[in-house]
Each structure stands twice: as structure tokens, then as C-alpha cells.
Design a protein around this ligand. Structure first.
Ligand code: SAH
Ligand code: SF4
Ligand code: F3S
Length: 443
């Protein structure tokens, strides 16, 4: 790595989950606070690749991305690899791709400015510490915000599902303190956020003490946010079936701003596979949790994650996954082919499922999930609902927003981004709804 001028412009590209996107936003704010300004990818002096290690395909993207950053004259921007690949591979990245100047893990990115300065001096800077002093306190105040904001409240994971890298790349479960979360929420609302999504790999394991020193769970935090003027909607993700407290279930029936949506991954419907995955729940306990949420909030939309082709998965196991999908009825879902990850226990398990078999199972599962998603969307046609407008649509005068059930809704409107409007749903496709602004009733 050669010495280079200190960068004056930057570009952050995020590849991972919502927490990774949140980290990307905070890194951008940090660089702006240092006087750098944002630029397009190809032109920036510093490109931060904020990576994801969850599946092999995601992790490999970083190397093709590094190759692509070469300019016509052969020069390259300074490259910083951040995120979960940085944590997992550390110095190996700089050995494999010598043009990388900075490698920084997800718990150390508050030190990005020092690392960039070091790299500008010609020294490859690597920091994959998981410092005891939390990074959040060292980050500058929030600077910009769209109508819908992410707010990480819980980091890390202690669950150690046998296929998953997150406990290794993000470290142990830590909850951010109550006051820090509330301050950040207020700052986001001051900057125009009308919806806040609380984030954590196990967000429902969040615990803290409120201003009065009382112990609170996630529902306590949600109830406190509900009282903040200017905030209209609260969401949270991702939840684990084993950490569902009664207070959170009840909140769905009682807290006006809490949206009727629950992302609750099950991964498989086979109890044998769930055991091998170390999920610590079975299909029955999962369905009972869903039932509790539905009794508190009958219209709640359920979303999930699935893995097919886990080592040892038989046709029968897979049929059990299709059955739990049938029994649950999903509004939305993400499904993946199992990807062996280095260092995880499942990677060395017997019973590797051939790629073709896993591919076929994935297709069958996705066909069923798509069918459910379409049916869920079609049930909205003719209904009236509110929509938070988030961005411009493809056509002039068109805006796109989200329904309470997280469906994308397209409509033509005079209203502005950030407005909450009443919409009549006119038609539905598999991925979005089309609507028209409802005429206001005279009082
Ligand atoms: N903490 C969340 C999600 C973590 S990662 C939870 O426990 O639900 C998001 C999703 O990626 C997981 O739910 C799982 O479905 C998928 N995933 C994780 N590791 C994987 C792997 N090795 N191969 C394929 N999919 C994986
Ligand atoms: Fe990974 Fe399991 Fe933790 Fe989710 S709960 S992050 S799948 S180890
Ligand atoms: Fe990926 Fe790390 Fe998120 S591995 S899914 S970016 S926690």
C-alpha cells in the first residue's frame, strides 16, 4: 500500500442486513463530521465497503467490488473494508487484496478517521477489536434522516445457531442503555423521522433500566417511544422466538404507534433439523408464539426467514417446513439455500445436501411463500389504510410509501415525502400495492 493524499470525499456502500445499513449511515456521518464530503462511488477518494459475511455469495462480493474500483488510468480510491467480512477475515483481506488500506470491524468503526489517516501515510490499518468501551458513545450526533429511520438498540448474539457467523462477527449480546436510545430517537425525530425501526440481531432480548431505575424489556422501550411527539410509527426487528415476553405481545394490542408486523424467523419446520441448528425452539413452540401475537393483534402480518438444505435435511424434513409455512401463513419471507460458513459447527456436519436438491427445495418453498404473499396483498384491495410516504416513484407525481403491514404502496398524490396519508388500495401485485389518496370525510 502506497502513501496517498488524505481523502476529501467518500462513498459508503453497504451489503448486509439492516444493522449493517445503520452502521453504514453512522460511518458516513462520522466522515462528514471530519470534513469529508459524500461523492459517487467511482469518484470518491475513499470507498468504504461495508460487507456481510452471512452467506458465501455475500462475502465474496467484496473481492469483485475491489477489482471494480480500479479507474481507467489504473488508479484506485483508498479502499476501507468494514463490516462482518472485515471482522471474520481481518488481515487476510489486505493480503488477498493489497490495494485495501483499511480493515475495520463492526465494533471498531468509530476509529475509522484514525485508520484512514494511517492508511494515507502508507501503512495498512487493521482494527478488528471488540472494544469494551462502546463505539456509540464515540460517534458524532445523528446528522440526517429520512422519514423512516433505523436505530440499533442491541448488538451481537449469544444464540450460536450452528450455521451462523453473527456471534463471531458481532460478538456477545449487548443492549444499548435506555437514555442513549431515547436521545438518539429524539434526535432522529427532530431531523424528520416519523417512523423508527429498532434493530438488533435479537432485538427482543433488549434489556435496560429506565430513568427511574426500573428494569425494562423491549416493550418498555416501545411504550416510552410511543409517548414521543412527532413519532408516528414504531417497528422492531429481528426477534427470536425464545425471547418473546408477554409484555411485548401485549404491546401489540395496546400501543397505538406499534405497527402490526412481526419478523419471526423459524428457519425450518422440522424439529430434528431445528435441534441440529441449535435453534432452541421447536415447530410447536414457534406456532404457539405466533398464536399469542395473533390473539393480541389479529391483523398482525408475520414474516420469517428459512434455510433449506441444512446438513442432514431429508425430503421429510423439508415437507415439515412446507407444513409450518402453511400453518403460519406469511405476509412476507426470506428464504436461503444453506451456505457452509468457515468456523461454524454446521460446516463440518455430515449429510451435505446436493446443490441441485437444495435448489429444487428452495424453488418449491419460494413458490409457496410467494403465493401467500400475493394472497396477503390481495386481501388489502378495497381497504383503506394509512401510508407513510418515503420516496419518489417512477412516474411524475407518483410517490411510494409503506402501509402499516410494511407493504410498498404506489400512489399519485400532492402530498410530500414524510407525510402520512389515507389511501384506498386499488390493486395488488406480489411485491406492491397501488392506491389512491382517500377523500377526507367532512367532520
Ligand atoms: N438474528 C436473526 C437473523 C440473522 S441472519 C435471526 O436469528 O433470525 C438472517 C438470516 O440469514 C437468518 O435468519 C437465516 O435464515 C439466514 N442465514 C444465516 N446463516 C446462514 C447460512 N449459513 N446459510 C444460509 N442462510 C443463513
Ligand atoms: Fe445467527 Fe441464530 Fe444469532 Fe440469529 S439467533 S444471529 S441466526 S446465531
Ligand atoms: Fe451480514 Fe453481519 Fe448483518 S454477517 S447479516 S452484515 S450482522
Amino acid at each position: 500500500m502506497n502513501p496517498s493524499a488524505s481523502p476529501r470525499t467518500f462513498h459508503v456502500k453497504s451489503f448486509g442486513c439492516q444493522m449493517n445499513v445503520y452502521d453504514g449511515a453512522r460511518m458516513a456521518e462520522l466522515l462528514e463530521a471530519q470534513g469529508l464530503s459524500a461523492a459517487e462511488g467511482g469518484e470518491a477518494d475513499l470507498v468504504v465497503l461495508n460487507t456481510c459475511h452471512i452467506r458465501e455469495k455475500a462475502a465474496e462480493k467484496v473481492y469483485s467490488e475491489i477489482g471494480r474500483l480500479q479507474r481507467d488510468d489504473g488508479s484506485k480510491p483508498m479502499i476501507a473494508v468494514a463490516g462482518c467480512v472485515a471482522q471474520a477475515e481481518g488481515g487476510e483481506i489486505a493480503r488477498r487484496a493489497p490495494s485495501v488500506g483499511v480493515v475495520v470491524g463492526p465494533q471498531a468503526y468509530h476509529r475509522l478517521p484514525e485508520l484512514v489517516a494511517k492508511a494515507a501515510g502508507g501503512v495498512t490499518a487493521i482494527d478488528t477489536d471488540m472494544p469494551a468501551e462502546p463505539k456509540f458513545g464515540a460517534l458524532p450526533a445523528r446528522r440526517r434522516q429520512a422519514p423512516s429511520a433505523f436505530l440499533t438498540v442491541q448488538e451481537g448474539c449469544d444464540k450460536f445457531c450452528t450455521y451462523c457467523v453473527v456471534p463471531y462477527t458481532r460478538g456477545a449480546e449487548v443492549s444499548r442503555p435506555w437514555a442513549q436510545v431515547m436521545d438518539e430517537a429524539r434526535a432522529l425525530i427532530d431531523m424528520g423521522a416519523r417512523e423508527i425501526t429498532l434493530l438488533g440481531q435479537n432485538v427482543n432480548a433488549w434489556r435496560g433500566e429506565d430513568e427511574a431505575g426500573r428494569s425494562q424489556g423491549l416493550d418498555g422501550l416501545i411504550r416510552a417511544l410511543d409517548r414521543l411527539p412527532g413519532l408516528e410509527r414504531i417497528r422492531y426487528t429481528t426477534s427470536h422466538p425464545n425471547d418473546v415476553e408477554e409484555g411485548l405481545v401485549r404491546a401489540h394490542g395496546e400501543v397505538g404507534k406499534l405497527m402490526p408486523y412481526l419478523h419471526l424467523p423459524v428457519q425450518s419446520g422440522s424439529d430434528r433439523i431445528l435441534k441440529a441448528m441449535n435453534r432452541s425452539h421447536d415447530s410447536g413452540s414457534y406456532l404457539r408464539v405466533i398464536e399469542r401475537f395473533r390473539s393480541a393483534r389479529p391483523d398482525i402480518a408475520i414474516s420469517g426467514d428459512f434455510i433449506v438444505g441444512f446438513p442432514g435435511e431429508t425430503d421429510e424434513d423439508f415437507e415439515a417446513t412446507l407444513r409450518i409455512v402453511d400453518a403460519t401463513g406469511y405476509a412476507q419471507a426470506y428464504s436461503f439455500k444453506y451456505s457452509p460458513r468457515p468456523g461454524t459447527p454446521a460446516a463440518t456436519m455430515d449429510g451435505h445436501v446436493p446443490a441441485a436438491v437444495a435448489g429444487e427445495r428452495l424453488q418449491r418453498l419460494q413458490a409457496l411463500l410467494n403465493q401467500q404473499q400475493l394472497a396477503f396483498n390481495q386481501a388489502s384491495v378495497g381497504q383503506r389504510t394509512n401510508v407513510l410516504l418515503e420516496r419518489a416513484g417512477k412516474h411524475p407525481g407518483q410517490l411510494v410509501g409503506k402501509s402499516p403491514w410494511l407493504q410498498s404502496v404506489h400512489l399519485e398524490t400532492q402530498a410530500a415525502i414524510g407525510d402520512l396519508v389515507d389511501v384506498e388500495i386499488l390493486s395488488a401485485g406480489p411485491n406492491s400495492l397501488a392506491g389512491a389518496e382517500a377523500v377526507k370525510q367532512a367532520a
